[in-house]
Design a protein. Structure first.
Ligand SMILES: *[C@@H]1O[C@H](CO)[C@@H](O)[C@H](O)[C@H]1NC(C)=O
Ligand SMILES: *[C@@H]1O[C@H](CO)[C@@H](O)[C@H](O)[C@H]1NC(C)=O
Ligand SMILES: *[C@@H]1O[C@H](CO)[C@@H](O)[C@H](O)[C@H]1NC(C)=O
Ligand SMILES: *[C@@H]1O[C@H](CO)[C@@H](O)[C@H](O)[C@H]1NC(C)=O
Length: 337
């Protein structure tokens, strides 16, 4: 995870302030902060629907990176986004209530360095973890509570920071109205306008026709993108407020995330091991040995070999020698003639 070291370095050097303007592709743009709020299970599936995963925070570095992303999102709003402060953001981690063991979806324990705070959240066997950016810690809550969430790209590659979305599938309602922020008259191309938007923290989206218009999100019902808003808009990819709610997912019990060691589960494990042991017959040593000769280091074997070689040498030697004698005799006969 190279980008983590890059992020660490910039945090250590400059502090957790978004100092740099966004690059075309940026470590922050692997993440997408999503609204409307949703239950943990719905959020999990909503990310998967977009070929992404609910954000995994496995180190403090990643936690600080998430802070930077949330700060970037704040900048898109004239009044800072209250959601992440008031509800927290869901992350891909949960806690087994019976043991207070916090874990990732594959049931691996969470890095003990990460600050987890257990708050009582009912009698359920599983409670979910959200990130409180004010306290910079992870707190447990009932998984059915609705919160903002962050999806993360499945790929380690950097992602583009501007994204195309159909205008109609983005929320453009109070308090998330697209409001004209600045007009640039001397801009001569769409690419230039896009660059201005990408590098300007307050810009969420832009339009370019004869001039370059930059839009921010505001709690103002009088705002509008004009009479004919474009059908597709290009916007900052790290924030997306879907116009419609996500399909609601039913809660999956802890046993489905982390199967207990029941007889069935053990049998499944045994079957898997057996499958792994049942190898292709053409790969067995026995088969390979029929095709190659094996070295034999015993002295008796060597002795037998030596005797064999000697016998063969003597026999061939006699034959060749007798031939030699004939040849020599022949030559002698020719010379004396
Ligand atoms: C997700 O990936 C699949 C297969 O790679 C693709 O068919 C589908 O369109 C992708 N969905 C989205 C929302 O990108
Ligand atoms: C996060 O922490 C702050 C400070 O302790 C607290 O006021 C706030 O209610 C917390 N938010 C959530 C959603 O837990
Ligand atoms: C889990 O943590 C809570 C809060 O710290 C505590 O009240 C409870 O006894 C703990 N449960 C177990 C099984 O350790
Ligand atoms: C079987 O082999 C695969 C791949 O070699 C490995 O990923 C898996 O863990 C193995 N399963 C068991 C039960 O040993």
């Amino acid at each position: 995870m190279m980008y983590q070291y890059f992020v660490w370095l910039s945090i250590l050097t400059f502090g957790p302030i978004p100092l740099f303007s966004l690059q075309v592709k940026d470590p922050k743009c692997r993440y997408r902060v999503q609204l409307p709020v949703a239950s943990w299970h719905t959020a999990y599936d909503a990310c998967a629907e977009n070929n992404r995963t609910l954000v995994t925070i496995t180190s403090l570095t990643e936690m600080y990176l998430i802070d930077l992303v949330l700060q970037e999102v704040d900048e898109l709003f004239l009044t800072p986004l209250i959601y992440s402060h008031s509800t927290g953001v869901w992350i891909k981690a949960f806690l087994r209530s019976s043991t207070n063991e916090s874990m990732l979806e594959n049931c691996k324990s969470l890095d003990p360095q990460l600050p987890v705070k257990i708050s009582d959240a009912g009698p359920s066997d599983m409670v979910c973890l959200y990130y409180n950016r004010t306290e910079q810690n992870f707190i447990t809550d009932d998984c059915s509570q609705e919160k903002m969430f962050i999806c993360e790209s499945n790929s380690e590659e950097l992602e583009a920071c501007m994204k195309d979305t159909a205008k109609e599938s983005l929320k453009d309602e109070v308090p998330f109205k697209f409001c004209l922020d600045t007009v640039y008259n001397s801009v001569t191309s769409e690419e230039q306008c896009e660059k201005i938007c990408r590098e300007k923290q307050s810009c969420y989206t832009f339009t370019y026709s004869s001039d370059c218009k930059i839009y921010r999100l505001k709690d103002d019902s009088t705002c509008s993108m004009g009479r004919y808003p474009p059908p597709m808009i290009k916007h900052k990819s790290f924030f997306m407020h879907s116009a419609t709610n996500y399909p609601v997912s039913s809660a999956k019990p802890l046993t489905e995330w982390c199967p207990e060691l029941t007889e069935e589960v053990i049998q499944e494990k045994i079957d898997n091991i057996q499958k792994n042991l049942t190898v292709n017959p053409k790969e067995t040593n026995q088969y390979i040995r029929t095709l190659t000769s094996a070295p034999d280091d015993r002295q008796s074997a060597k002795n037998i070999g030596i005797v064999g070689v000697s016998v063969i040498s003597v026999v061939f030697g006699i034959i060749i020698l007798s031939d030699c004698i004939n040849v020599v005799k022949g030559i002698q006969n020719k010379c004396t003639r």
